[in-house]
Every structure is written in structure tokens, then in C-alpha cells.
Design a protein around this ligand. Structure first.
Ligand code: CLF
Ligand code: SF4
Length: 276
């Protein structure tokens, strides 16, 4: 039995607590349109593919409108326990994400704040997220080896420069791992998403699991590639491939088997989601 017991404070989080997804809901507030990297499978006409349902495209709203939408959603579905930002771009590349958490946190202090990110800007934002009382965070880690990462990411924009190839992947991976370490040290629960890309990282998932586990990550969500963007010629993993990779990685890190690949504007229970 793996020793991965989520914090008591996350008992109402449908993605972090295995028994919560039938009972509690979340709302995604789509305030974050910009992104700071280019994943090979990304089609920027659509939501961030690192956490979203393939083919979904959410409208972007302001932090003030997000607060109003959260109020309405909670009145409609009182089982919502989580206010999250999951795109449509990278939440940490958009100042609006922080403003949204300020507004929602001031009016609903008991609600769990959550976000999902590619992790590039995580190290410099760890303290800020902690100060905003963000409790749950997802980082999409598709590789911990820059050689593999260079095949996943087309470019990474950091420190005013656009990086390519292994230099880009090295920067991203180093920030992801350094950022995870920092937020875990501040008591934030971290889940890792990995997009399973056949022919690129399917033999690498267990190493990712081992690496992030050492940093204090407690849950992993391996998601099947939806072939899009520059990867539209690749095949989608079969159920059998997905099951085998999850089982292999699951020997070292608890796997999330109930992800619904939500839209960036989804709300309600995971099983009966509505969207803005
Ligand atoms: Fe949203 Fe993600 Fe927070 Fe959940 S979703 S930011 S951790 S509140 Fe959940 Fe949806 Fe799967 Fe994400 S089911 S896509 S894992
Ligand atoms: Fe697209 Fe990747 Fe940016 Fe998400 S993190 S919006 S998938 S480029």
C-alpha cells in the first residue's frame, strides 16, 4: 500500500482526494490566456492541453467577472469546494491569476485555491502562492531528461530570451523541479500531470514519478496525448498502453485514475460538469 494520504485540509478537493470526487466540485476560472512555452501538442486556439479536455476552447474573463461567476456557481452548486485557475494558457504567466485568488480568497476564505501550471514561473512565485493561501497545485512534467524534453517543447521564453532544444528543456525542467521543491516546503500539496506521448515519453513515466516523489509530490495523473498542434501526426495512446504505463509508474507514486480532463471554465462535480 502506498503511503500517500492527502492532507485533511484537502478532503474536499475532488482531484486530490480519492473519495471526494463524487461528493465535491470545483470551478475553473478562465482568467489566464497567455503562455510562456510551446508544447508540441498545443493548439493555442484551444485550452491548455496540459490539463484540459481535447478540443475545448474557453472564453477568457476578468478577475472581477471570475468572482461574480464563482458566486453564481456556488449558489447553483453548493458542493463546490475549490476555486481553480487552469488556463486557457499558463496561470503563472498571467497577473490576472493572482488578482483572482485575492478576490475569491477575500470573499470565500474557506474555499480551497488550486492551480495548474507548466511550472516555468513556479520558483519565483512560490512565496506569492503561499501568501495567497493556495493549497493545491498541479505541475505538468512530461520529461525529467532534457533530451526527451527537447522533443516535447518547441520553445521556452524565460528571462527575456526565447530558448530552443535542450537548452529550453533544461530551463523548464530545472524550474519545474526547483519550483515543486519550494512549494512543497511551504506546505502546498502538489500533483504532477504527465501527458503520455507515444514514441517520446512512454518509457520515461516511471522515472518522472521517482524524481517528483523525491521532491514530495503525492499524486500523478498520466493523461493520454490528444494529437494536435505539431503532434497531430502522432497516435493517441491505446487504453492498454495507458493502463500499462500507469501501472508501472503506480508502483512508485499513487495514480489519479478519475481525471476528467476538464475545460478551463468547467464547474460543478467532475462527473456532471457544466461550463461558463
Ligand atoms: Fe482544476 Fe486541476 Fe485543480 Fe482539479 S482539475 S486545476 S487539480 S481543481 Fe482534476 Fe480536471 Fe483532471 Fe485537472 S479532473 S483536469 S486533475
Ligand atoms: Fe499550450 Fe503547453 Fe502553454 Fe498549455 S503549457 S497553453 S499546452 S503551450
Amino acid at each position: 500500500m502506498l503511503n500517500v494520504l492527502p492532507d485533511a485540509g484537502l478532503k474536499g478537493h475532488p482531484c486530490f482526494h480519492p473519495s471526494a470526487h463524487h461528493r465535491f466540485g470545483r470551478m475553473h476560472l478562465p482568467v489566464a490566456p497567455r503562455c510562456n512555452i510551446k508544447c508540441g501538442y498545443c493548439d493555442r486556439k484551444l485550452d491548455c492541453a496540459n490539463e484540459s479536455r481535447p478540443g475545448a476552447s474557453s472564453k477568457v474573463i476578468s478577475p472581477e467577472d471570475a468572482l461574480a461567476a464563482f458566486r453564481r456557481a456556488l449558489a447553483e452548486e453548493p458542493r463546490i469546494r475549490v476555486a481553480a485557475v487552469a488556463g486557457p494558457g499558463d496561470p503563472l504567466a498571467n497577473e490576472e491569476t493572482f488578482r483572482t485568488f485575492e478576490l475569491v480568497g477575500a470573499e470565500f476564505p474557506g474555499v480551497i485555491k488550486c492551480l495548474s501550471t507548466n511550472g516555468l514561473f513556479l520558483p519565483e512565485n512560490a512565496e506569492r502562492l503561499h501568501a495567497l493561501r493556495v493549497q493545491a497545485l498541479t505541475v505538468t512534467v512530461n520529461a525529467v531528461d532534457p533530451e526527451i524534453g527537447a522533443r516535447v517543447y518547441e520553445w521556452v521564453e524565460y528571462g527575456g530570451r526565447r530558448l530552443y532544444g535542450e537548452e529550453a528543456a533544461e530551463r523548464l525542467i530545472s524550474n519545474q523541479l526547483g519550483g515543486i521543491k519550494k512549494v512543497v516546503a511551504r506546505g502546498i500539496a502538489v500533483k504532477v500531470n504527465t501527458v503520455l506521448i507515444p514514441g517520446i515519453n512512454e518509457a520515461h513515466a516511471r522515472r518522472i514519478a521517482l524524481t517528483v516523489k523525491q521532491l514530495g509530490v503525492r499524486l500523478m495523473n498520466i493523461m493520454p496525448l490528444y494529437p494536435a498542434g505539431s503532434f497531430k501526426h502522432l497516435s493517441r495512446p491505446t487504453q492498454e498502453q495507458l493502463r500499462a504505463v500507469r501501472q508501472h509508474a503506480g508502483r512508485v507514486l499513487q495514480q489519479m485514475g478519475w481525471c476528467r480532463q476538464c475545460r478551463a471554465d468547467a464547474y460543478g462535480l467532475l462527473s456532471s460538469s457544466a461550463h461558463l
